[in-house]
Design a binder for this molecule. Structure first.
Ligand code: FMN
Length: 316
């Protein structure tokens, strides 16, 4: 997730566990071959064998509408050591769509086919090429046709965010629309959208027919979610989320990791962003966010997190 799930977030979440695979933030490729520095900055794991410190592969996501530019950049990122390439046909951002990429392309299944097949041809057979799409642009009538085009072009896997571009991020996610696609395609279909709890995972799996899911915001709000779902897949029993003091310890660890970022206001921004997103699952995070929202120095935020953890432990 652009601006949210960067190398530090992937590091900490994959060390917590439950993930088979990560996908990088999208790299917008529009007109030319990008230098290695662009790919290294969005996916530093390329310099670590394409894996997070915990050993989870990170596929590099590219987004664009020019077939030959997509193919050329995909071939290059494969040379840089990407363990897989993912193509974004889901991004709803206006700036992106004005430039003819992301979810805009869902209006033309033949263009999806051309892009995926060109990327597939450009990348060595040993490197998987996958795609991510939404159910459509303005409406869902082309969902199956788009999915078939992507599969027939040689994608090894398709993730579907169960909403149209026009539906943005507005709940609900229409998981049941994935079922005819799952039944028709011979490649794995991965469901995405609005999975916040293990119970949501079960509902999504039952509605969509997809055993595999991709999770964005849900795992930021509930860092144990990957682990809980992995456990649930082994034995059908709902586990428990981390308690608040465990979350505070994770935030301390995250602070230490992002000290690698050159820019302290950016570090503070990332910490605030995570604390705010945590408030969806942890009421206490809302109160903590109110206390730190004006802090600009990450050390002040850390001090408040540590103090809060001491209070929670004392009260236990
Ligand atoms: C801030 C933000 C950034 C995102 N960046 C990306 C991205 O770079 N690539 C991508 O495929 N999806 C991106 N998405 C979409 C998510 O991957 C996901 O499809 C969407 O949030 C729905 O899933 P969720 O309910 O699990 O979050 C982004 C979403 C948000 C909110």
């Amino acid at each position: 997730m652009e601006g949210v799930v960067d190398v530090y977030m992937r590091d900490i979440l994959t060390r917590i566990g439950g993930f088979d695979l990560c996908v990088s933030e999208f790299v917008r490729v529009s007109q030319h071959l990008y230098p290695a520095s662009v790919f290294y900055s969005l996916c530093p794991e390329l310099q670590n064998g394409g894996k997070t410190a915990a050993g989870v592969p990170v596929h590099v996501q590219i987004m664009g509408g020019e077939t030959h530019v997509m193919a050329e950049n995909a071939a290059f990122v494969a040379e840089l050591g990407a363990p897989g390439i993912d193509i974004n046909f889901g991004c709803p951002a206006k700036t992106v769509n004005r430039h003819n990429a992301g979810a805009t392309l869902l209006q033309w299944p033949d263009r999806l086919f051309d892009i995926v097949s060109a990327v597939r041809r450009a990348v060595p057979d040993t490197i998987p090429v996958s795609a991510k799409m939404r159910l459509g642009f303005a409406e869902k009538s082309l969902a199956l046709e788009n999915a078939v085009a992507i599969a027939e072009a040689g994608a090894e896997k398709l993730t579907i965010h169960a909403r149209t571009k026009m539906e943005g991020y507005r709940p609900p996610a229409h998981w049941h629309y994935l079922r005819p696609i799952t039944e028709r395609l011979s490649i794995p279909v991965v469901a995405n959208g609005e999975i916040w709890t293990p119970a949501d995972y079960v509902s999504c799996r039952d509605a969509s027919g997809c055993a595999d899911v991709m999770i964005g915001r849900g795992v930021i709000a509930r860092p144990s979610l990957g682990q809980e779902i992995a456990q649930l897949r082994k034995e059908p029993k709902i586990g428990t989320a981390f308690n608040w003091s465990q979350i505070l310890s994770i935030l301390v660890e995250y602070h230490d990791l992002i000290e690698g970022m050159a820019n302290p206001p950016r570090q503070a921004g990332r910490l605030k962003q995570w604390i705010k997103l945590l408030s969806r699952s942890y009421e206490e995070a809302g109160a903590l966010f109110t206390r730190i929202r004006r802090f600009e120095d990450p050390r002040d935020i850390l001090a408040e997190v540590v103090l809060t953890r001491e209070r929670v432990l004392d009260a236990a």
